[in-house]
Design a protein around this ligand. Structure first.
Ligand SMILES: [Mg+2]
Length: 179
């Protein structure tokens, strides 16, 4: 069996918008100095505890989808179908109560087909790496670890990673290489 793992936050889920709202901050990626920086707690100089404190179940289940989430879902599910991959969500849990249930409820509402193959963990996504498996993620670190452990990582261009831009077309070009 071969898997294509799809990350949630920053790819399908507009977590940045939610974090800005809950912490009453403006989008930090409007400032060119913050492009390529993934961790909002570090950008905002907050402790991890303070950063995650307001992120309860309601926070996770009411986040908005990313503007291109439908396009990404269609592209990846088409790729999976045509190339014999099983598609699964692989997402890291935030700290705080209710994250797991909140995320599950979000998928039930927005992408119910993905809810059936949905994995939430606290550790490295590289535990799922193998020569047959692909990870689609927006965090450079996750992609690097997955590649190091023998899988294939495909980075989705976002303002907070090495691409420093929101670029759906570039992601499709990267996915197409594996067809
Ligand atoms: Mg992510």
């Amino acid at each position: 069996m071969k898997f294509i793992f799809l990350d949630a936050d920053g790819i399908l889920v507009d977590a940045v918008k939610g974090f800005c709202k809950v912490h009453n901050k403006t989008n930090p990626y409007n400032d060119p100095d913050n492009l390529g920086k993934h961790n909002l707690d570090e950008i905002w100089r907050m402790s991890k505890q303070d950063f995650w404190k307001p992120c309860d179940q309601n926070f996770w289940e009411t986040l908005e989808p990313m503007s291109d989430s439908g396009l990404i879902y269609e592209a990846v599910s088409g790729f999976a179908y045509n190339n014999g991959y099983t598609m699964a969500v692989l997402t890291k849990s935030g700290l705080g109560q209710g994250c797991l249930q909140g995320k599950k409820n979000w998928f039930d509402r927005h992408f119910p087909k993905l809810s059936k193959n949905f994995w939430v963990g606290f550790g490295s996504k590289a535990v799922c790496a193998s020569p047959n498996n692909i990870l689609i993620d927006d965090y450079d670190k996750n992609i690097a670890e997955f590649n190091t452990c023998g899988g294939t990582g495909i980075l989705v261009p976002r303002p907070w990673n090495a691409d420093k831009e929101h670029n759906f077309e570039k992601f499709i070009e990267r996915l197409t290489v594996y067809k």
